[in-house]
Structures are given as structure tokens and as C-alpha cells.
Design a protein around this ligand. Structure first.
Ligand SMILES: [Zn+2]
Length: 334
């Protein structure tokens, strides 16, 4: 390989890595991190490294003999992949180059690991102790949260409540009661929007407004509404000093009213260090078919009864002190 080719290959690789990063910001988000120089140069880089001939022949192959300008068939073939691409469909061709694939293979692992360490959400804790954390989202709810507090008290279990600011502001006495009982309180946004679908400014406003509503009891723990996140929302949380808490155990309590089934599922799934996702309220209005938390409360009662003496239920901050938190970069926008 001669030096001009090396320069072109390096430029292509850098360009594509930048493109990948930009796409991570772009996907489902209104945060725009468009690298303007890259936008201008990418078609030229492709032309230099690949040659128009290859692009044309691939385009024609995909187009299956149809008429039309070069590349049209390729565009049609990769239409789904290209929907989020804001400046044309050229990068698809670049991703097929051997240099890019090899570099992505070599750098992909360490970059993902590093990103997980910096921006990752905690899914569980590696600990030998028989401890786990129950988390309850979307509350507080004046009907269900007090009953849940009684059940937790009966079993001497502590939990973490990821509250919506809107509800916390409406029921401040409930927030106080939760805190007085020794449970932890975290931030679940003001009113549960999909974070990748709103602007960075709106996201930060959601977090700050909720923090104000749960103050002074709230901790810098955040549970993303619907579990949806993109890179930009992860950076917002990091910027505001929050730890994102996911889960590794669910009872699917938003899509069933079978208390026995939920309790059995929890008993089967819970492990030392588990973080369990549950809801003491359903945010999406009382029209939701499983809005009634009665079956869930019954399931929690049965579950705690069955594990009495063999498991200890503690808050998220307490759980994080028992072992090594397991972090993963979880990007999900629908
Ligand atoms: Zn929620």
C-alpha cells in the first residue's frame, strides 16, 4: 500500500468512526452532533478509496438490472438502515471496506467496555451475600404506596422508590413517609417522557424538576422512563452526577394481574445482588388494564413471605456497598 492509500484509509476509518458516534447521538434523538467537515468530505473519500466503478457495480447488482443512476439500487436495498442517516447513504459503502471492518473488530471491544464503564447503567451487583434490591417505579400513589409500605414493614424489607416528580409534588406526605421508613428515593423524571425523543434541555429540566420535588430525600439515582436511553441521555445523566439504575429481574407486573404467577417468577429469578423492577403505580393513566396494583401488592407479600430468612432486601445504595456493581451500556429507544 502506498502512502496516499494509507492516508485515505486512515481518513476513511476516522470518518466512519466519527459517523458511528454521530449516529449514536442522532438515533431517536433531537441532539445534533453533525460533524460538518465529515459531512462534506465523505462522498469524496468514498470516491477516492473505492472508486466510482465499485459503487456503481454494487448499486446495479442490488438494483437487479433496473435502469437509473448508479447507487440507486444500493440505496433501495439499505433503505431501513439509512432512515436515520441525515446526510445521504454513502456511509453504507464505507462500512463494507475491509479496513473499517478490521478496525471496528479491534477497537470495538475496548471502546464498548470503556463506554460501559463511563456511561453504563447498573443492572445488578456481584456479591456472595443473599441480598437483593426491590425497586418501585412511577409512584408515589396515594392508594397503593401506603399498602406497600405496610407490607415492606411487616417483612422488615427496605426498597428503593423511583418517583415521578409530578406525583411526588402532589403527595409530599407520602414522600416523607417513604423516607422515614428507611427506604431510598430516586429520580424517575418529572412526568415519564421517552428520554431519547426529547431534547437535551428538556431531559435536564425533567431531572432537575423531579429532584426538586423529591428533595431533600432524593438521592442521585436515576431510572430511565421505559428504560429508554441513548448516548446523549447517558451523557446528560453523567453531567448531572446521576447513577443510572437498571434491573436484571422483572415480574412483568404491568402486563398481568396474576399474583401467584408474579410471586413464583420472582422467587425463581432472584439471585444475590439482583435489582428487581416493580411498580407501585402505573404512569400511563388509570385507563391501563393493569393499573390496579392490588395483585402486585399481593405478589410482593407472597414473595417476601417465601424468602423469609433466606434473603435480605435492602436499598440500592446499601446493595452497591455489598459488592462490585455490574455496569452495561444499554441503548434502547423504543
Ligand atoms: Zn416508569
Amino acid at each position: 500500500m502506498e502512502w496516499p492509500q494509507v492516508v485515505v484509509a486512515a481518513a476513511v476509518t476516522m470518518g466512519v468512526l466519527m459517523f458511528d458516534l454521530a449516529m449514536l447521538f442522532q438515533r431517536g434523538s433531537t441532539v445534533h452532533s453533525s460533524p460538518f467537515v465529515f459531512k462534506l468530505s465523505i462522498p469524496r473519500i468514498i470516491a477516492m478509496s473505492h472508486g466510482h466503478t465499485r459503487a456503481r457495480s454494487e448499486g446495479q447488482r442490488a438494483h437487479a438490472g433496473g435502469a437509473g443512476p448508479a447507487g440507486v439500487g444500493l440505496e433501495e436495498k439499505d433503505e431501513n438502515r439509512c432512515i436515520t442517516c441525515p446526510w445521504g447513504r454513502f456511509p453504507i459503502m464505507i462500512q463494507r471496506t475491509p479496513v473499517y471492518s478490521s478496525l471496528k473488530k479491534i477497537l470495538g471491544g475496548p471502546i464498548t467496555l470503556l463506554a460501559g464503564e463511563i456511561l453504563g447503567a447498573i443492572t445488578h451487583v456481584a456479591t456472595p451475600d443473599p441480598v437483593a434490591a426491590l425497586t418501585f417505579d412511577d409512584g408515589p400513589n396515594p392508594k397503593f404506596t401506603p399498602c406497600l409500605l405496610d407490607i415492606l414493614e411487616k417483612h422488615k424489607a427496605r426498597a428503593t422508590f423511583f418517583m415521578l416528580g409530578e406525583n411526588a409534588q402532589r403527595y409530599p406526605q407520602l414522600v416523607q413517609r417513604v423516607a422515614r421508613a428507611g427506604h431510598a428515593i430516586g429520580n424517575h423524571s418529572w412526568n415519564h417522557p421517552e428520554f431519547p425523543s426529547i431534547t437535551g434541555r428538556e431531559r435536564r429540566a425533567q431531572i432537575r424538576r423531579c429532584a426538586k420535588a423529591i428533595a431533600p430525600h432524593g438521592q442521585r439515582l436515576f431510572r430511565p422512563p421505559y428504560g429508554y436511553q441513548n448516548i446523549a441521555s447517558c451523557i446528560d445523566l453523567l453531567w448531572l452526577g446521576y447513577q443510572v439504575i437498571y434491573w436484571n429481574t422483572v415480574a412483568n407486573d404491568w402486563c398481568t394481574d396474576d399474583a401467584e404467577w408474579m410471586a413464583a417468577r420472582l422467587v425463581n429469578q432472584v439471585q444475590p445482588g439482583s435489582i428487581v423492577l416493580l411498580h407501585d403505580n402505573i404512569c400511563s393513566a388509570s385507563k391501563h388494564p393493569y393499573f390496579d396494583r392490588g395483585p402486585l401488592l399481593k405478589a410482593v407479600d407472597m414473595f417476601l413471605e417465601r424468602l423469609q430468612g433466606s434473603f435480605h432486601f435492602i436499598t440500592i445504595p446499601e446493595l452497591l456497598r455489598t459488592g462490585r456493581p455490574h455496569q452495561s451500556l444499554i441503548l434502547q429507544d423504543h
